[in-house]
Design a protein around this ligand. Structure first.
Ligand code: ATP
Ligand code: MG
Length: 404
């Protein structure tokens, strides 16, 4: 084993995995462009309070998952565990609300959480997220969920979009009480963590993965039955718009999110096959104000790129690859051939390996070239090159005169 290893939970991404990453990222970015979202590049490090205030003290992220450290002046900083808190901080700090009636932003980058590494769970992972600030209209929720659906269907991945409403300041307190009372009655079936959660953050119990907790909350009161008039109207409009756009979804009355800031609509894209959530989002109508901005309703989602990548089995084919093989004292001419092919937009590698045709064709095979471009002294003298289709074996002579 080499002396130096990457830190546990931190990975190098390269090869096919990276190609998949870039493919996903480009596809999502293109969708966001079509919906007229603008990119924002956010810092990886923020003051700890940015996350404590927004994500909430009683959440897993703040209690045990953050990478925090002190700088040289003893200020507490954190590697960002998610993107929304920083986006809200930036929205308020840069007064982005002053520019337009509403603002549509997206961000992409690494996030950090001190979790137990396992399949699809890393300590550094990558998210691409979008946020809409400044509108309480359910059409925004519908468009965001529609956008998520378009991404997933274009990728052909098998996931279900689940939606729920978790209410607002008006209606959630009564629900919380009802849920707490219910949980007190099923205490003996709850895991240790949930026993602790049931009073401080009872909604989180609905999200617990432990089987006994899952069955204990089956008959728990549902938030949808407690929604106030405004939240009920919002939720029913959302469903009406999704139906109008033929976007399939499933209502999951036990769907909650692990962060405190959510209100009204929450949604997730879930793979039942792998039992993982790949995209998660929701409204957070009070957060901007809580972070010191003007009252600004908002909604967003984040795609976990590693998770989505687990569902994407194959990539679209790459452009054909050309291997230029110089034989003899022909390098200047061979380089001109390579240059001309690249100028046509072709993907070209010049062989850096010395050796006869057999060695060169082995190289072509290793780098998975589709064409060999053979350039020997005869080719140079005659002003052409020999193009060999490596799949069919067919060779053709292609006239070539270097552009000086
Ligand atoms: P989970 O319940 O799986 O822990 P979460 O609710 O903590 O997820 P969010 O905070 O909503 O996740 O993050 C949004 C998305 O980011 C998730 O749906 C997932 O795709 C991805 N994600 C979250 N944590 C990790 C991680 N440790 N490693 C890889 N991807 C992650
Ligand atoms: Mg988590």
């Amino acid at each position: 084993m080499p002396e130096f290893q990457s830190v546990r939970g931190f990975h190098d991404i390269y090869g096919e995995e990276l190609k998949k990453f870039r493919y996903l990222s480009n596809l999502i970015r293109e969708k966001l462009r079509l919906y007229n979202f603008e990119e924002i590049v956010l810092p990886v490090v923020e003051y700890v309070e940015v996350f404590q205030r927004s994500i909430g003290e009683a959440t897993d992220i703040v209690q045990k998952e953050m990478f925090t450290f002190q700088d040289r002046k003893d200020r507490w900083l954190a590697l960002r565990p998610e993107g929304t808190a920083g986006a809200v901080r930036a929205y308020v700090q840069n007064r982005l609300y002053a520019l337009k009636p509403y603002v549509k932003l997206f961000y992409e980058g690494p996030m950090f959480r001190y979790e137990r590494p396992q399949a699809g769970r890393y300590r550094q992972f990558h998210q691409l997220g979008a946020e809409v600030f400044g509108s309480l209209e359910p059409v925004v929720d519908a468009e965001l969920i529609g956008l998520v659906y378009e991404i997933l269907s274009e990728l052909g991945v098998k996931v279900v979009i689940e939606i729920n409403s978790i209410g607002c300041k008006v209606c959630r307190p009564a629900y919380r009480d009802a849920l707490s009372a219910y949980l007190a009655g099923v205490e003996e079936h709850l895991c240790e963590v949930c026993l602790d959660r049931k009073d401080r953050n009872p909604l989180r119990v609905l999200d617990c993965k432990v089987p006994t907790c899952k069955s204990a909350v089956k008959d728990a009161p549902k938030m949808v039955n407690f929604l106030c008039e405004e939240c009920r109207e919002h939720y029913s409009k959302l469903k009406e718009y999704l139906n109008a756009m033929s976007i399939p979804y499933r209502e999951n009355p036990n769907l909650v999110r692990g962060l405190d800031y959510y209100t009204k609509t929450v949604f997730e894209a879930v793979s039942e096959e792998l039992d993982i959530t790949v995209i998660a989002g929701g409204r957070y109508d009070y957060l901007v104000e809580e972070m010191g901005g003007p009252p600004t309703p908002a909604i967003g989602f984040a795609v976990g790129l590693e998770r989505l990548s687990m569902l994407v089995k194959s990539l679209p084919p790459e452009d054909p690859l050309y291997l230029v093989i110089p034989f003899g004292d022909v390098l200047p001419y061979a380089l001109q051939v390579a240059k001309a092919l690249r100028a046509e937009g072709k993907r070209v590698e010049v062989s850096y390996k010395k050796g006869g045709l057999k060695k060169q064709l082995e190289l072509a095979n290793k780098i998975r070239a589709d064409y060999a471009v053979i350039v020997g002294e005869e080719e140079m003298a005659g002003g052409f090159y020999t193009l060999k289709d490596l799949n069919s074996g067919i060779q053709t002579r292609v006239e070539f005169s270097p552009a000086f």
